[in-house]
Ligand binder design. Sequence first.
Ligand SMILES: NC(=O)c1ccc[n+]([C@@H]2O[C@H](COP(=O)([O-])OP(=O)(O)OC[C@H]3O[C@@H](n4cnc5c(N)ncnc54)[C@H](O)[C@@H]3O)[C@@H](O)[C@H]2O)c1
Length: 231
Amino acid sequence: MSRVLVTGAAGFIGYHLSRLLLSQGHEVIGFDGLTPYYDPELKHTRLALLRESKAFSFVPGMLEDDALLRKMLADARADIVVHLAAQAGVRYSLEAPFSYVQSNIVGTANLLEGEVTAVGGETLSFRVQGLGSLTLPRPDQPPALGAAALAFRPHQVSIRVRDEQVDASRLWLNGRVESAEFLGEFSRYRVRVGEVAMVTDQPHYAGLAMFAPGAEVRLGIEPTQVRFLEC
Ligand SMILES: NC(=O)c1ccc[n+]([C@@H]2O[C@H](COP(=O)([O-])OP(=O)(O)OC[C@H]3O[C@@H](n4cnc5c(N)ncnc54)[C@H](O)[C@@H]3O)[C@@H](O)[C@H]2O)c1
């Protein structure tokens, strides 16, 4: 059983994920700022339901509060971090663009930074949802502020995932298409890479071939943009 830190645990997806994890016997540490983007009462109700489980604990706070976030990460001692706290929605970004910059860019950089600086020695480790731990050589230069994001850019470091080498901006893995679904502006593929199944959405650019089930593909993935379904 794992200790899972779920940011955005009072939100729509974070709440349902937390419930699922608790029902599977995992410990869940929820983190959420209970922002007023929609009625916070709903978030309080979700938290009350999660608190019915003794395996759930909650830390209120905003991602932008770097000091709080670091303390929370250190205290949580989580095996896995699932980052779902975010300013969601598309239309609202036209009204309040800086809310997105703060929550989604500054806040996420704070979270990654906290994760990375918590690890010492010659390597950095981080977890990608469900994939487990990736171990990266520490960059030559000491990380500066916000360097966690940089550290994950493969032009700064070399990453190995199950002995697969990485190119300039992506992890390149050999996969086999299990299913392909045409969804208008993009196609959704379920691709198997060894023991891992993942879903990836591919926009339709002119001239790009659709991959049929059974096709062997070279899959270039950005670590933060993949949902791993099973390991
Ligand atoms: N719901 C969907 O259909 C959907 C679809 C695609 C992607 N997503 C993405 O999944 C993520 C979660 O979506 P959701 O539907 O659960 O959204 P949500 O708004 O219900 O939940 C997000 C939670 O994060 C918290 N939060 C927001 N900013 C915060 C901050 N700066 N610090 C701390 N907490 C903060 C909010 O209080 C909220 O409880 C978002 O990134 C969203 O864009 C959602």
